[in-house]
Write a protein that binds this ligand. Structure first.
Ligand SMILES: [Zn+2]
Length: 227
């Protein structure tokens, strides 16, 4: 079963085929910042880290954080080299490959300097588009959240019957084989609606799931089932 994106632990450079010639590469905050310097003198390293921090700042200004920077593991028949930049915010994760020109191979490289403005603007535009596209869903979730808070404040939440729990878990396990958890209780709600067809009971059952650590479908399996 795959976990939803938000809960995936982001892999940092160390896990992404970092250059075996470690002495020629330099990592900062687990991201690749510098390559192919024969002698890693303090000044060069400082310079690379400065560029990297400026790059981080530029991303933050656009509402993005740098999740990971690493060298793309190379296919056996591929002579081209790429850096991979992974960005993210609360709404999305964006991965961008940046080509390393052959003229730059074997030359000293400050990695973040390869993220050119045009490519960066594409990343920002994509992030904005995703934020806009997912807005209705976020608003619906927010509305549902308020409903749940109001209900919980004035009602006792009953336990979900054991046979319902088991049937729900079985349903979710089957569905999450087919599609990824989207970070909401979408599938659980679908099942609860079929089971109860009663808005109040569905709401109470959803609150029950959250009270046991199930704030999205994959967490229902991980936390509610295994508690
Ligand atoms: Zn999930």
């Amino acid at each position: 079963m795959s976990l939803c994106k938000g809960k995936e632990k982001r892999g940092k450079a160390a896990y992404h085929g970092a250059s075996p010639v470690v002495s020629a590469a330099k990592f900062y905050d687990y991201d690749l910042v510098l390559e192919k310097y024969r002698d890693l003198d303090v000044e060069t390293v400082r310079e690379a880290i400065k560029h990297y921090k400026e790059f981080q700042g530029k991303c933050e200004k656009r509402g993005l954080s740098v999740h990971s920077v690493y060298k793309k593991p190379r296919e056996w028949n591929d002579n081209q080299r790429y850096y991979v930049f992974e960005f993210g915010n609360a709404y999305c994760n964006i991965e961008k490959e940046v080509h390393i020109p052959s003229s730059m191979q074997h030359k000293p490289r400050i990695v973040c300097d390869f993220m050119k403005r045009k490519i960066f603007d594409e990343v920002v535009a994509e992030a904005d588009r995703i934020e806009e596209e997912t807005r209705p869903q976020r608003e619906a979730e927010e509305k549902r959240r308020k409903e749940k808070n109001a209900y919980q404040a004035s009602h006792t939440i009953p336990d979900l019957a054991e046979e319902d729990r088991q049937a729900l878990f079985a349903f979710l396990e089957k569905e999450l084989e087919k599609s990824e958890c989207d970070g909401t209780l979408r599938l659980s709600r679908e099942w609860l609606h079929t089971r109860f067809n009663d808005p109040e009971k569905e709401l109470a059952a959803e609150i029950y799931l959250e009270k046991h650590g199930g704030f999205c479908d994959c967490e229902v399996i991980m936390n509610v089932k295994n508690n």
